[in-house]
Design a protein around this ligand. Structure first.
Ligand SMILES: NC(=O)c1ccc[n+]([C@@H]2O[C@H](COP(=O)([O-])OP(=O)(O)OC[C@H]3O[C@@H](n4cnc5c(N)ncnc54)[C@H](OP(=O)(O)O)[C@@H]3O)[C@@H](O)[C@H]2O)c1
Length: 487
């Protein structure tokens, strides 16, 4: 073992899209911020292609220039590129790991392995890392893996059992990059650092909660994968459930990873679906049809022409045993929707008392993306008129103020920095991953029993009309900025 005490960061899938668009730019930004330096960090890029390190570095330069937030710091490019070495390895071939072992162990004794590859390859790689004795108990080790954690509950359990043969739970960092988004982390700050929201975040004051992740993009070149997955597994099982945990959790004892994870796990444990008899009133699945600007889902590349895969889901769900017990929580996500938008909207109840009947409801909107910020609708007296109430917004646009988002670390930059600091707060525990699959499979089961049909919607619209009916039965409607702005 070499005496050098560097962190050796090895990326399997180093020639892939995720590495070029997210990981290399994030690592460069951390280099600019001096979180990683020439003396404390070594980057090993692993791929099958016949590259030299110099060829790879030139490609990395292009990606950094295109995607890094500090891409103007060109004077640092060469120093950063010098910390990376390309190692040609077929990760299914044990003999190839000899080269990797030499490259890793000559550099340092803290080893991070990032698996930017399909989940079906996770255990092949971890097993080979063990068999080749690249990982053993003599050096510190960490494993970073990307969602999806399996294709279903059974495969998630199998993958987890296999990687646990080599890495302990505390060494595994499961990435759902949504949790590292600026405004999602901000949900906890908004909730727990403001007495006004902290004291009102309960079933007595909140009427309903909505979380929407709507995308304008279609399936693009991910058709092969997406057609076996769909909106429920691709978005609800991961991002939407993670967002729900932050919106619904009771105040954790502290911000430690253990306390935050415990609070998140409790939320998922107590999420309650409508029973099968009423499931069709609370769950909608849809698929987009062509309109003049877009092909329909069935015409996209690598989609089965008779596919029944949903590109949209909406549902009503309730929470048990938290301070928000029983209030309607609506979630939806879809592709080829009218707007690209991730928002959380909290609608408060009508006030009691003599002014109640004319007073519009207070609404807190947390804009997660693409615009970041919050706004809160409050009531005031219309000027010059003493009995008319006017709803106005207190609006903070974070992304407008921090020009070019230079001050807003991107999700992968934050995740890599936290992993380097051994902080697991923003990563998904195995319990959460398992609970999310259990809930998702329960939804699929109830959807089948209740015979929920696939409902079509035109591309670039607000999704199936039926998704509005879920809310209408309770006298609610989906948050859209226009509705509230016109009140
Ligand atoms: N792309 C994203 O934005 C994104 C976001 C979230 C999650 N993910 C997940 O991250 C994973 C990777 O995604 P990606 O888009 O980067 O995929 P990709 O562009 O297809 O890259 C796959 C990578 O795996 C490598 N690879 C495949 N078989 C190999 C083998 N036998 N030995 C060595 N290397 C091998 C490829 O190396 P060669 O090219 O050298 O063969 C390539 O670097 C997927 O599970 C995806 O679902 C991706």
């Amino acid at each position: 073992m070499n005496g050098s005490n560097k962190t050796v960061f090895s990326i399997f899938g180093g020639t892939g899209d995720l590495t070029h668009r997210k990981l290399l730019p994030a690592l460069f930004d951390l280099f600019v911020l001096e979180e990683i330096t020439v003396s404390n960090f070594q980057l090993l890029i692993i791929g099958r292609r016949e590259y030299t390190s110099d060829i790879y570095r030139e490609q990395a330069r292009v990606s950094i220039e295109k995607y890094a937030r500090f891409n103007k710091k060109k004077e640092l490019y060469d120093q950063f590129l010098a910390i990376m070495t390309y190692v040609q390895v077929d990760y299914t071939t044990l003999d190839d790991y000899v080269k990797l072992k030499e490259a890793i162990q000559t550099q340092g004794c803290r080893h991070l392995f990032y698996l930017a590859v399909a989940p079906s390859s996770f255990s092949t790689i971890t097993t080979n890392l063990k068999l080749s004795k690249i990982v053993d108990d003599s050096c510190e080790k960490q494993l970073l893996i990307e969602k999806p954690f399996g294709d279903d509950l059974a495969s998630a359990i199998q993958i987890n059992d296999e990687i646990k043969q080599v890495f302990d739970e505390e060494e595994i960092y499961r990435i759902d990059h949504y949790l590292a988004k600026e405004m999602i982390i901000n949900i906890l700050t908004i909730r727990f650092s403001n007495q006004v929201f902290k004291s009102l975040w309960n079933k007595e004051s909140i009427e309903n909660i909505q979380i929407s992740i709507t995308e304008q993009v279609g399936v693009g070149d991910r058709g092969g994968y997406y057609d076996t997955s769909g909106a429920l597994k691709d978005m609800f099982q991961s991002h939407l459930i993670q967002m729900l945990t932050y919106v619904l959790m009771d105040e954790p004892k502290s911000m430690s990873p253990q306390d935050i994870h415990h609070a998140q796990e409790k939320v998922i444990d107590y999420l309650e679906l409508a029973d099968t008899e009423h499931f069709s009133d609370s769950f909608v699945r849809g698929q987009y049809l062509a309109n003049k600007d877009s092909s329909g889902y069935l015409e996209e590349n690598r989609i089965h022409p008779e596919s029944e895969t949903e590109t949209f889901v909406a549902m009503e769900i309730r929470s048990n045993n938290t301070s928000l017990e029983g209030i309607p929580i609506y979630v939806r996500t879809g592709k080829r929707m009218e707007k690209q938008e991730t928002v959380v909207a909290i609608t408060f109840k009508h006030p009691e008392g003599f002014m109640a009947k004319n007073a519009p409801q207070n609404v807190l909107v947390i804009r997660v993306g693409p615009d970041e910020g919050i706004y809160f609708k409050v009531n005031i007296k219309r000027p010059g008129n003493y009995d008319e109430i006017q709803s106005v917004t207190m609006d903070f646009c974070q992304s407008c103020i921090y020009e070019n988002r230079l001050n807003t670390p991107q999700a992968y930059e934050r995740l890599l920095m936290m992993a380097l600091r051994n902080d697991r707060t923003l990563f998904t525990s195995w319990k959460m991953a398992r609970q999310s699959w259990e809930l998702t499979e329960e939804i699929q089961k109830r959807s089948q029993i209740a015979n929920i049909p696939l409902t079509n919607y035109l591309a670039y619209t607000q999704g199936p009309i039926k998704a509005w009916e879920i809310l209408q039965k309770n006298g609610h409607e989906w948050y859209t900025e226009d509705i509230f702005m016109n009140q």
